[in-house]
Ligand binder design. Sequence first.
Ligand code: 5AD
Ligand code: SF4
Length: 474
Amino acid sequence: MNEHVSLSAPIEEPIQRSNTRKVFIKTYGCQMNVYDSTRMGDALASEGYETTEEMGEADLVLLNTCHIREKAADKVYSALGRLREMKKKRAAEGREFMIGVAGCVAQAEGEEIARREPAVDVVIGPQTYHRLPDALKQARTGKRVVDTEYAVEDKFAHLPAVEKAKVRARGVTSFLTVQEGCDKFCTFCVVPYTRGSEVSRPVQQIIDEAERLVDAGVREITLLGQNVNAWQAEGPPRGRNGGEWGLGDLLYRLAEIPGLARLRYTTSHPRDMDDRLIEAHRDLRSLMPYLHLPVQSGSDRILKAMNRRHTAAEYIRLIERIRSMRGDIAMSGDFIVGFPGETDQDFEDTLRIVEEVNYASAYSFKYSTRPGTPGADLGDQVAEEVKAERLERLQALLLKQQTDFAKSCVGKVIDLLLEKPGRMPGQVIGRSPWLQSVNVDAKTSQIGDIIQVRIIGTGPNSLFAEPAESLIGA
Ligand code: 5AD
Ligand code: SF4
């Protein structure tokens, strides 16, 4: 752990309004950060911290940050500016107010954050957040702590197990990180530098966590990894690979947990979609027919420059294979427009691959130069207006596909997992197998149930449905 003594005045002895301190965690970026924020909350709970949704009542504000694009990182510094002012006010009132920066900006910028924003008490990386309680204790003595070295110990083994009641309060769906880091080194991406090289959690640790979640009432688990389908670990002899398990094997095993109704996983790399994983989509009822499989570009030239290690045709063939196993699978993807050297023709190739795949949902971004990545050193950067124009065209096409997909669902009877109260009284929001939000008239006591509904209409970001039990006489 590296640390240095703060140049700011030592923090005064806090005047506590009650025995429990409160932490407000602001999460930026991806689903893994959402999962990490929950786990940081768990680690802090064992130190007496309660999480709050109100920043105003917090004694500690923790920013769990994202470094993937420049804008995401900029947001952190502007938020820190506002927190500095809050800290001044609190100091005048004699109340403790601590500021922590976690996540990928913490990892990438470390000491630099503490230098740019002296009000920060703790900077903690994604691999060390189990040490957060210790870091806060030290910070309370007036030291500023920067802890971003990769821990030799397994953070998951050091995080406390969560109480059942708490898990239940979080809802009936849950994330579960199975893999972290990335060895792919796409030339635009900071992840291999901020999250480090690929590490897979052991089989039993994952099964234990999944069983605990299900025992507490969770019905759907989404397995997370920066490169989730690169997950591999030694497990009990099983399947065609013996003791060497891939993500497919893990899914088959998790599908055996009684009460676990739905499984998903994200994010996958096309190179790591092996046969066993594709077959799992054919065989497992609980594996939802939705696959987020980023391609980034439809141009072979750009794919090569991005170091994606596959061609557009290989990606299309892969999707054909997956669809031949699971005909109703909804495809989702990520796209980058304006990668250095991208010509009009390259961009047309991207539009063409989108047409060919027909996505049910997708995310698209303008290329953002990330210092330290190979892409940052390439000449031939694309002008901002060109990027903006391409992004607009791409997003119009993707939105049309998403809307068409939603419309194609109207009239279908589907299984809906009821997740949370809707905006209108008497309404509940659920998820379709294809990850769409669906509004339906139901009782909040039914949350956690999977009911059959008929889709009757579409809204801008969700679908409307009516219960279908009466229709099928269930
Ligand atoms: N610029 C723009 N988009 C990026 N992504 C990753 N790095 C960059 C970057 N430098 C996008 C990719 C990735 C998603 C999580 O973010 O599409 O799949
Ligand atoms: Fe980044 Fe590529 Fe790894 Fe995905 S596969 S995390 S885009 S380097």
